[in-house]
Write a protein of this length. Structure first.
Lengths: 277, 297
């Protein structure tokens, strides 16, 4: 049985996924560069997250390496439904098999596997690339957004031998791969803040790519309609009223934040209108 | 049972694999962390060189620069019969394949050089495939037989049309070049001797180049030791192979079963790699001891 906090964390992840898909579909359908634009946006989003993680680790006195990237996340929330057995994780090597991915599931449910696959192909390399200043190598040989694949395989390598001088102070405890047991430092209570920030970065990446782009109202409305329907359905399932409080706890798009871009404002207004709030 | 021709390819392939391990190991043993970094950089330079040459060759043949061409048109090596691959997909945009048996990984394991093999897997493929398509290839090798716990190599190598700038698209995809006429490429399998010889020359050349850049005072002495070790191993292997095949060990046998040309001046690659006295050092510190050990003139 899931606790309310866990359900809220799941809803935050799912609403973020629907938000991505709504914006991605709008770009794919209406932007002159279509897929190329979407790929650039995803790389930009990945770079925002990776750079923010890097700064947070530096500020917190943590070395920049793969163990810390995965175990001390400040800007990425691990959904409780994510099932990703770890084959190896240390400062230099991170090998994961993702058996169940809530993002891929939502892409399938909402007929968005193509847009989802673009995200998978571009995001991790951009994010870990920015985090390690493009020293790490990121490999994704299989992804759950590809119908023929049965799992995602993510393998990253960040080698002191590719780092140059100063590797020890900045990134690694030793040149050899250490195998210390590591514990994830993240709590459910962090979900809301992290997902709000992620949605903000996402909308920012979309709106900054081409400021002259005219967002197609119909496609955008359809996407936000899906977001609203999803939230209403979840509120009903959780036996909670669909009000601003529920929205604040369950929707990645921050409806109370007024200091955001024009696109963000438009999305927020659309959502509140549809939900009659 | 392999044919004699197949055995020659197998021996050429293994010699190349062993040479990489022995040279890399000597550099790492002598220089530790710096050595690791030298081997990685040399492997990348070698990979880029190979990717660039393949691209040049394809452009000369009027072949489009994409994933189908990279993996299916005019390979620079003959196929080693021991490789087992499950080719899942090959299009202009992507190549997905699983390598189930890799003789390189097996040889590295046999030589206690699995970690060195990892360096090769991490650095070579990425550098080579990226360079081939103007740095635009997304190289994903998320499982490798040189990694503990992995049961196959998982290649997902991608060149997305959407990531190729418009000025390069006609060079990469036939559908973006309305006047394109696909060339009729004939010719049999790649020649093993010149193929593997060229690989060995370049691995050695780039290791020497990076060694000289990073550790100029120790470079020649480290490379000399590495070449001696390689010569010793080569002599033993050639003797063993000749014995197994019940053939005399002479220049002709060595030329068929070992990548480097026994007459170094027959190797047409060296004028392209004229620096650092590389050819002379190889002649002096590898050929001479090898010929002596095998009593070859």
């Amino acid at each position: 049985m899931n606790r309310i906090f866990e359900l809220e964390a799941q809803n935050l992840q799912d609403t973020w996924s629907i938000l991505y898909l709504s914006l991605a579909k709008a770009v794919l359908q209406a932007h002159s560069n279509g897929e190329a634009a979407l790929r650039t946006v995803v790389r930009r989003y990945g770079a925002y997250i990776g750079t923010a993680e890097r700064k947070a680790h530096q500020k917190g006195g943590h070395k920049i390496n793969l163990a810390n990237f995965y175990m001390i996340p400040h800007y990425r929330f691990y959904d409780p439904r994510l099932c990703a057995p770890q084959q190896q994780l240390n400062e230099q090597v991170a090998l994961f098999n993702v058996i169940r991915c809530p993002f891929a599931r939502m892409m399938k449910l909402y007929d968005g596997e193509a847009a989802g696959k673009v995200f998978c192909e571009e995001y991790s390399a951009a994010c870990i690339g920015a985090y390690t200043e493009n020293i790490a190598q990121v490999n994704l040989s299989e992804v759950l957004t590809e119908p023929r694949d049965t799992h995602c395989r993510i393998a990253s390598y960040y080698r002191p031998g590719n780092f140059g001088d100063g590797w020890q102070e900045a990134a690694f405890d030793s040149f050899a791969e250490d195998t210390n047991a590591l514990e994830l430092r993240q709590e459910l209570g962090q979900a809301k803040a992290i997902w709000n920030q992620s949605a903000d970065y996402l909308v920012r990446a979309f709106s900054e790519y081409d400021t002259a782009f005219e967002w197609p109202e119909e496609v955008l409305s359809e996407g936000i309609q899906q977001l609203a329907s999803f939230l209403s359905m979840r509120a009903a399932s959780m036996e909670q009223p669909m009000d601003l409080g529920f929205l604040a706890r369950n929707c990645a798009l921050n409806v109370s934040d007024t200091e955001t871009s024009a696109l963000s404002k438009e999305l927020r207004q659309l959502l509140l209108e549809i939900l009659k709030l | 049972m392999y044919s004699e021709q197949q055995l020659e390819v197998i021996h050429l392939q293994d010699s190349y694999t062993i040479m990489y391990a022995l040279l890399a190991r000597q550099i790492i043993n002598a220089l530790g962390e710096v050595g690791d970094s030298i081997v990685r950089e040399a492997t990348r330079r070698y990979g880029k060189d190979r990717g660039r040459k393949r691209r040049q060759k394809h452009l000369e043949l009027n072949v489009k620069i994409n994933m189908h061409s990279l993996f299916a048109v005019c390979s620079d090596l003959p196929s080693d019969p021991r490789f087992r691959r499950d080719r899942l997909m090959l299009t202009e945009e992507e190549r997905n394949s699983h390598t189930l048996i890799c003789p390189m990984a097996q040889v590295w394991e046999e030589y206690g050089a699995k970690k060195i093999g990892r360096i090769y897997c991490e650095e070579f493929h990425r550098a080579c495939y990226q360079e081939y398509a103007y740095g635009l290839t997304q190289v994903n090798l998320a499982r490798t037989l040189t990694e503990d716990g992995d049961e196959y190599c998982d290649f997902h190598v991608v060149l997305r049309k959407a990531n190729v700038p418009s000025d390069l698209k006609p060079q990469c995809f036939a559908e973006c070049d309305s006047s394109y006429e696909k060339p009729n490429i004939s010719g049999g399998a790649a020649d093993g001797k010149s193929g593997f010889s060229s690989l060995c020359d370049r691995v050695y050349y780039y290791m020497l180049e990076v060694l000289l850049e990073r550790c100029p005072e120790q470079a020649i002495s480290i490379m000399t030791d590495a070449l001696h070790i390689w010569a010793q191993d080569t002599a033993e292997r050639l003797r063993q192979q000749a014995k197994e095949l019940n053939q005399p060990i002479d220049i002709s046998f060595a030329d068929r079963h070992f990548p480097l040309y026994m007459n170094i001046d027959e190797d047409t690659l060296w004028p392209e790699y004229p620096n650092y006295g590389a050819k002379e050092l190889l002649k002096q510190e590898f050929y001479n001891p090898l010929f002596k050990k095998l009593s070859l003139d």
